[in-house]
Design a protein around this ligand. Structure first.
Ligand SMILES: O=C(CO)[C@H](O)[C@H](O)COP(=O)(O)O
Length: 228
């Protein structure tokens, strides 16, 4: 599994802390990435010990990790999540996030925003005073050029995400492409999020503003929890 950001130990602590939250009967949104995978495995250990939960995966990867961990799965067709646990690429002090380093942000936003309680898991390298990470935008393949033009008009610098072990672009679980769009420091994430959301051809962008309820940050000493 790809490692982005800080130490795996810090990610594991954050994931284990969040995995303590679900209770018997809960439906749990299962995020994508290396930190969320720690939470899924830890939740799987609780399932082994008798906890009765069902998970809603946010990607091919999280579905695989959950199956290996023995977590029964369901979907948004059947239930709304009580809790969603997911990672982030950058976290601002007010809980605004940039996500999509794993190109899973469309399904992540769907599941995380449907959850009663959205818990973010991260290592300290993800915390920032202001959002400035490139914003991943999932686009319909035919919309790559017009969306890139719209991003430039909004002050951004779009770059088509290239695959690492395939010639050509990353193709998402939904069959779309990803533009990583650098905007520098983002002063008004809400306004940018609205602009991107109404751009034709944008499937979803990685700005998650006003969605996170709680942040668990692991480090060498333990876990710091912030509630928004
Ligand atoms: O948004 C995501 C995937 O689309 C991930 O949650 C984000 O990239 C963080 O990943 P990691 O925990 O591996 O650092």
């Amino acid at each position: 599994m790809k490692q982005r950001g800080g130490s795996d130990e810090a990610k594991r602590r954050a994931g284990e802390s969040a995995a303590e939250i679900p209770e018997d009967g809960d439906v749990v949104g299962l995020g994508t990435g290396s930190t969320a995978a720690h939470a899924i495995r830890s939740l799987g250990e609780r399932v082994d010990a008798g906890l009765d939960v069902r998970g809603i995966p946010t990607s091919f990867q999280s579905r695989q990790v959950a199956r290996e961990a023995g977590i029964p799965l369901t979907s948004l067709d059947e239930a709304d999540p009580d809790v969603a646990i997911d990672g982030a690429d950058e976290v601002a002090p007010d809980g605004a996030l940039i996500k999509g380093g794993g190109a899973a942000h469309a399904r992540e936003k769907l599941v995380d925003s449907a959850a009663e309680r959205f818990v973010v898991v991260a290592d300290p390298s993800k915390e920032a005073d202001a959002l400035s990470h490139a914003v991943p935008i999932e686009v319909l393949p035919d919309a790559r050029v017009p969306v890139a033009d719209a991003v430039r008009s909004a002050g951004g610098d779009p770059e088509l995400r290239a695959a690492e072990r395939k010639d050509g672009p990353v193709v998402t679980d939904n069959g779309n492409l990803v533009l990583d769009c650098a905007f520098g420091e983002i002063d008004a994430p809400n306004a940018l999020a609205r602009t991107l959301s109404v751009t034709p051809g944008v499937v979803e962008h990685g700005l998650f503003v006003g969605l996170a309820d709680e942040l668990h940050v692991g480090d060498a000493d333990g876990v710091e929890i912030t509630r928004y």
